[in-house]
Design a binder for this molecule. Structure first.
Ligand code: PEP
Length: 252
């Protein structure tokens, strides 16, 4: 049985006091939660240190939203995997569609990031997904197969266990348009088959594949109850304790 995961991507939201407020609210809501769902929050870099402090003793895990693939160097404005690790970060979102489209990250760069992350002990939440144009041109399976193959190229079996895949159709992110449970399940099923072909049956059975794209309290339960959907990567709905908690509860 795969343990369900609900991860919150805060994006570029929440300053210091808002971080304290949101984490306090979540901790209170989750105080009696018996961790049958793995809960992860990914605040901005500026909130990582305070988040780590506030999350002590809580069931909530800490992730970051990005990192550079080098350990250190003249890369103004960047943060390395090693730096994140030194602050007690456990997960890192890599390959998010906003990084791919706005910051021009390609599969090759994302692969370097994935390999660097696992080499220092960070667990990637590795995002893939097609654009609306790609879907309309029947390219969905080709695109996600390419993203998965190239993004996870050269990864060792030892590290494969640490990867969480997030399928996020770009047309559903922040748009209010959600893939229907059957549309999402169709892609998740295909992905699990692809993982089996590439890495073998036991990895395919154990790897968590999350759905992301306008998941909200009112659509989460149906999505999360599909056989190949192991939880969600949540944007907008993770910014309030109430709605994030309701999404988490939909995975129970
Ligand atoms: C995301 O940013 O990964 C995401 C899924 O956002 P939203 O839930 O707002 O669509």
């Amino acid at each position: 049985m795969r343990k369900k995961v609900v991860a919150g991507n805060w994006k570029m939201y929440k300053d210091k006091s808002e971080t304290i407020e949101l984490i306090s609210g979540l901790k209170e809501k989750l105080s009696k939660f018996n961790s049958e769902v793995e809960v992860i929050i990914c605040p901005p870099f500026t909130s990582i240190e305070i988040a780590k402090e506030l999350l002590k003793g809580s069931v909530i895990h800490l992730g970051a939203q990005n990192m550079h693939f080098e350990d250190e160097g003249a890369f103004t404005g960047e943060i390395s995997a090693k730096m994140l690790k030194s602050f007690g970060v456990e997960y890192v979102i890599l390959g998010h569609s906003e990084r791919r489209s706005i910051f021009r990250e390609d599969d090759k760069m994302i692969n370097k990031k994935v390999l660097k992350a696992v080499s220092v002990g960070l667990k990637p939440i590795f995002c893939i997904g097609e654009t609306l144009e790609e879907r309309e041109n029947n390219k969905t399976f080709d695109v996600i197969a390419r993203q998965l193959t190239e993004g996870l190229s050269s990864i060792s079996n030892e590290h494969l266990n640490e990867i969480i895949v997030a399928y996020e159709p770009v047309w559903a992110i922040g748009t209010g348009k959600t893939a229907t449970p059957s549309q999402a399940e169709e892609v998740h099923k295909y992905l699990r088959k692809l993982i089996e072909e590439k890495f073998g049956r036991s990895f395919a059975e154990s790897m968590r594949i999350l759905y992301g794209g306008s998941v909200k309290p009112d659509n989460a339960k149906e999505l999360f109850s599909q056989p190949n959907i192991d939880g969600g990567l949540i944007g907008g709905a993770c910014l309030k304790a109430d709605s994030f908690y309701d999404v988490i509860n939909s995975a129970v």
